[in-house]
Design a protein around this ligand. Structure first.
Ligand SMILES: *Cc1c(COP(=O)(O)O)cnc(C)c1O
Length: 370
C-alpha cells in the first residue's frame, strides 16, 4: 500500500461535520469576502500566538510582501536572509525591488548562521528575514539584539512554524512582524491558498490592513499603495475548525518525530544526520528531514516500498536560474546551504499517521542501511 506524504483526507474526515457546517453557513450568508469569520479567525490566531495583531491574508507570499511594503522597503535596500529556504522568502524581497543578501546556515538546524548574519550587515541593510525552517525557530534573541543595535526590522518567515515556540514564546510573536502560510500542506493549512501576518506594533498593523485592501483607509479612499491580499471567508472558517484540534496535532507531530529520531539514532554511524531541535525551542515539524550521504539510493529504496519522500530544497535560492542571474552570491559564501541542498530528504509526517505506517517508514529507512 502506498503511504501518502501528507494525509489531508483523514484530517478532513475527522473534522467533516464541523467544517461542512461552517462552510454552509458562509454559503448561506453571502458574506464571501470580509465575513465575520475573518475577524473571528484573526482573534483566535492572535490569542494562539500571543501576538497583539493577526491579519489574515491570501498567501504566505503576500504575508511576506505586505509587512515589507508597510515598513517602506524600496529599491536599493538590502534584506538579509538565508540561502536555504523556499524561494518565496527571497522572491518577495526582489519583487519589491530590494536586494536579498544570502547568508549560510548552520548544518545542525538548517537555520541561518549568526556569525555570517552579523558580517552581512551594511549601511544599506534595512531588515532581516530569518526563516523558521522545517518548523524550528532561529536564535531569535540574538537576531533581535543585532537588529536593535543596527536599527533594523526583523520579519520572521514562519510559513513552516505556526505553533512552534522559542523560549516559551510562540513563533509568529518573536519579532517586528511575522508571516505564516496556510497552504494546505503547511502545519495549519486551509483548502486553498492562505496566510497571516502578525505584529505587536499598532501602526504597522494598521498599515498592513490598509495595504491588504488596496491601500485604502476607508472605502474608495486610497492613501497608500496596496494590493488585494484578503483571505476568503470560507478559508477562514476551515482554519477556525482546524485550530480546534491543532494542539492535538502539534503533540502528534512531536511524538512521531521523537519516535523517528529514536529509531534513526543508530544510523548516525552511517553518516545520516537526524534533526536537531535546540533545547530552548519546540518545532511544529512541518517537515521531518534527514540528511544522508546517498540520497538517490535511499529515495529509490523507499519508493519501492511505497514510501514517498520529498526534497526541501534541491537547490539553494541563489542557485536557482533567475536568482543566479539577478541576485548572485559569492562563490564560496554558502557551503553549508549547498551541502544541505544535496543531502536533505524529508519523510512523510502528519498528525493522523498510524503506528503501523510509522513502523513501515522506520523499517524502510533502517533496512536501507542494513
Ligand atoms: C510555503 C512557504 C512560503 C510561501 O507561502 P505560500 O502560502 O505558498 O505563498 C514562504 N516561505 C516559506 C519558508 C514557505 O515554506
Amino acid at each position: 500500500m502506498q503511504i501518502p506524504f501528507i494525509d489531508l483526507k483523514t484530517q478532513y474526515l475527522a473534522l467533516k461535520s464541523n467544517i461542512d457546517q461552517r462552510i454552509q453557513k458562509v454559503l448561506d450568508s453571502g458574506a464571501y469576502i470580509n465575513g465575520p469569520e475573518v475577524l473571528e479567525l484573526e482573534k483566535k490566531l492572535a490569542e494562539y500566538t500571543g501576538a497583539k495583531y493577526a491579519i489574515a491574508c491570501a498567501s504566505g507570499t503576500d504575508a511576506l510582501i505586505m509587512p515589507m511594503m508597510a515598513l517602506g522597503i524600496k529599491p536599493g535596500d538590502e534584506v538579509i536572509t538565508t540561502a536555504f529556504s523556499f524561494v518565496a522568502t527571497a522572491e518577495t524581497i526582489a519583487f519589491l525591488g530590494a536586494k536579498p543578501v544570502y547568508i549560510d546556515i548552520d548544518k545542525d538546524t538548517y537555520n541561518l548562521n549568526l556569525k555570517e548574519l552579523a558580517k552581512a550587515i551594511t549601511p544599506k541593510t534595512k531588515g532581516i528575514i530569518p526563516v523558521s525552517l522545517y518548523g524550528q525557530p532561529c536564535e531569535m534573541d540574538e537576531i533581535n539584539r543585532l537588529a536593535a543595535e543596527k536599527n533594523l526590522w526583523v520579519l520572521e518567515d514562519a510559513a513552516q512554524s505556526f505553533g512552534a515556540s522559542y523560549k516559551h514564546r510562540k513563533s509568529c510573536n518573536l519579532s517586528t512582524a511575522a508571516a505564516t502560510s496556510f497552504y494546505p500542506a503547511k502545519p495549519l493549512g486551509c483548502y486553498g491558498d492562505g496566510g497571516a501576518i502578525f505584529t505587536n506594533d499598532e501602526t504597522l498593523a494598521k498599515a498592513m490592513k490598509e495595504i491588504r485592501d488596496h491601500g485604502s483607509e476607508s472605502r474608495y479612499f486610497h492613501t497608500r499603495l496596496g494590493i488585494n491580499g484578503r483571505l476568503d471567508t470560507i478559508q477562514c472558517t476551515i482554519l477556525i475548525a482546524k485550530l480546534e484540534r491543532y494542539d492535538w496535532e502539534f503533540t502528534q507531530r512531536n511524538r512521531i518525530a521523537s519516535r523517528f529520531n529514536e529509531n534513526f539514532a543508530s544510523l548516525q554511524s552511517k553518516g545520516v544526520t537526524i534533526p536537531v531541535i535546540k533545547s530552548d525551542r519546540q518545532s511544529c515539524w512541518a517537515q521531518y528531514t534527514l540528511s544522508v550521504p546517498d540520497r538517490p539510493r535511499l529515495q529509490k529504496h523507499l519508493t519501492e516500498l511505497g514510501i514517498p519522500t520529498a526534497v526541501h530544497y534541491p537547490r539553494t535560492i541563489p542557485d536557482q536560474p533567475w536568482y543566479k542571474e539577478n541576485t548572485p552570491v559569492a562563490a564560496e559564501a554558502i557551503p553549508n546551504a549547498r551541502w544541505a541542498a544535496e543531502h536533505v530528504i524529508s519523510l512523510p509526517l502528519y498528525p493522523d499517521m498510524t503506528d503501523e505506517i510509522q513502523k513501515r517508514i522506520t523499517d524502510g529507512v533502517l533496512t536501507a542501511y542494513r
